[in-house]
Design a protein around this ligand. Sequence first.
Ligand code: ATP
Length: 238
Amino acid sequence: MAAPLLEAKNVEAFYGPTRVLKGISFEVAEGGITTILGANGAGKTTTLRALSGLVRTAGEIRFAGQRIDGLSTEKIAALGVAHVPDGRGTLVNLTVEENLLVGAYLQRDKAKAAAAMERMFGYFPRLRERRQQQAGTLSGGEQQMLAISRALMQGPRLLLMDEPSFGLAPLIIREIFQIMRVINEQEGVSILLVEQNVARALDLADHAWLLETGQTVMSGTARQLRDDEQIRRSYLGF
Ligand code: ATP
């Protein structure tokens, strides 16, 4: 089997003295969509923050074979990890287009950045219509589309997505999840998705890890988890 794109071994994470991740281990395969599921407060957001170097960690994190734990967020991003944080993190005073150009800061070639922007407008035509609009005035769904596009403008190998469905209407969630599959294939980007919307996440993902109070308790293909009634009832609540 091919080596995983990302490998976390016994990773702990701390807010001040408080240990929130208690030694989690998981892998993200290259090319696919992996999801981390878990209840409120299980540590999903913290896991993504640990991978991006935004919290203090212990343990080992390897990306494309290289240790990234302890590296700065900027270095991790430059190696090919892009993060769509919860709350989305668009720059509200900048326009759609300016946000995308900020996302392209790693791309020195202007023609390539322009081509990438065109591809984003292809995925999300609403952003093209609103290219001169201030990000802060976009709807929640449009802001999520912008946040995803901005992260993709980095040209990452791995996209970390934190609760993209949060606060959005079901129709918009469906639209965004459908396009994530297309993006996964066309951009050749692997995705690590954190979601509370378990059914949607399992529909989209190939592989799932289950997190419970700071520890990984189970993993399998998305289909295995979805089809196992006991797992569904005990852990997934649907
Ligand atoms: P949710 O789905 O509710 O967002 P989560 O699984 O993403 O939950 P985290 O946000 O990673 O969980 O939080 C894990 C634990 O860490 C929680 O107990 C939370 O209270 C705690 N925590 C999160 N951020 C901080 C912080 N900045 N300082 C201290 N504790 C924090």
